[in-house]
Design a protein around this ligand. Structure first.
Ligand SMILES: Nc1ncnc2c1ncn2[C@@H]1O[C@H](COP(=O)(O)OP(=O)(O)OP(=O)(O)O)[C@@H](O)[C@H]1O
Ligand SMILES: [Mg+2]
Length: 209
């Protein structure tokens, strides 16, 4: 049985696809057989990214496939060690179905209160619907400064949830890398790659637990 990690959020553009791709890339580099299930059938952004990655011949190759539901993705996960569900920005109902199928649910969030408040509400709703809180973790993305990171982390921990260590700063180089079929751990900048790597490693460590 594949371990299932789901990236979810109601908000769009918070980094679900960015972190799904990077997790898949890093897990594959670590020797795991990984599949990304792109559940955003309208946009298919990870499917598009995968096509670019293949066309420029980047290694390791990760498998990416579009599915309409988490159940369909699970049914196709035989033979893989890790299934990464790249969720759509949608209603709590769709998020709940995905979260129930996953052993780790990661919600990326920005640092503003406008981002943090609904993000916490979303996890509260999942817990209320029966998803164990220990399965849930936040990932800080599009952060401006270390002070901003610390304040956002404190807010989320205060709300009772785990926050992955590390974060991604808001950097054009992360967009540029992904435009070229690369993950955020594969930019042209050693420092940015190391920062991204630390965040992804803290997620991979959780998978191993
Ligand atoms: N740390 C960052 N710095 C700069 N750009 C970023 C960063 N994280 C994500 N982006 C960019 O922001 C956009 C949205 O990110 P992404 O597609 O990962 O979000 P998403 O949550 O999957 O969005 P959607 O809800 O539309 O599926 C992308 O163009 C991505 O390259
Ligand atoms: Mg996406």
């Amino acid at each position: 049985m594949a371990t299932v990690v789901a990236l979810v959020s109601q908000k769009g553009g918070v980094g679900k696809s960015t972190l799904s791709r990077a997790l898949a890339r890093e897990a594959a580099a670590g020797g795991l057989r990984v599949k990304v299930a792109d559940l955003d059938t309208q946009q298919g952004t990870s499917v598009d990214w995968h096509r670019v990655r293949l066309s420029v011949g980047l290694e390791p190759v990760v498998s990416v496939e579009a599915f309409a539901t988490a159940a369909q993705a699970l049914a196709a996960a035989d033979g893989f060690d890790l299934l990464v569900i790249d969720g759509p920005a949608r209603t709590s109902q769709a998020t709940l179905e995905i979260a129930k199928a996953a052993s780790i649910v990661v919600q990326p969030t920005g640092a503003s209160l406008d981002d943090l408040r609904p993000a916490v509400r979303e996890f509260h709703a999942l817990v209320k619907a029966g998803v164990p809180a220990q399965r849930l973790a936040f990932a800080l993305n599009r952060i401006g400064t270390e002070g901003e990171e610390a304040a956002a982390r404190a807010y989320l921990e205060e709300a009772g949830y785990a926050v992955l260590s590390g974060c991604l700063f808001e950097r054009p180089a992360y967009r540029q890398a992904q435009n070229e079929g690369r993950a955020v751990t594969e930019t042209r900048y050693v420092g940015l790659n190391a920062k991204a790597d630390a965040l992804l490693q803290s997620l991979i460590d959780r998978i191993g637990e």
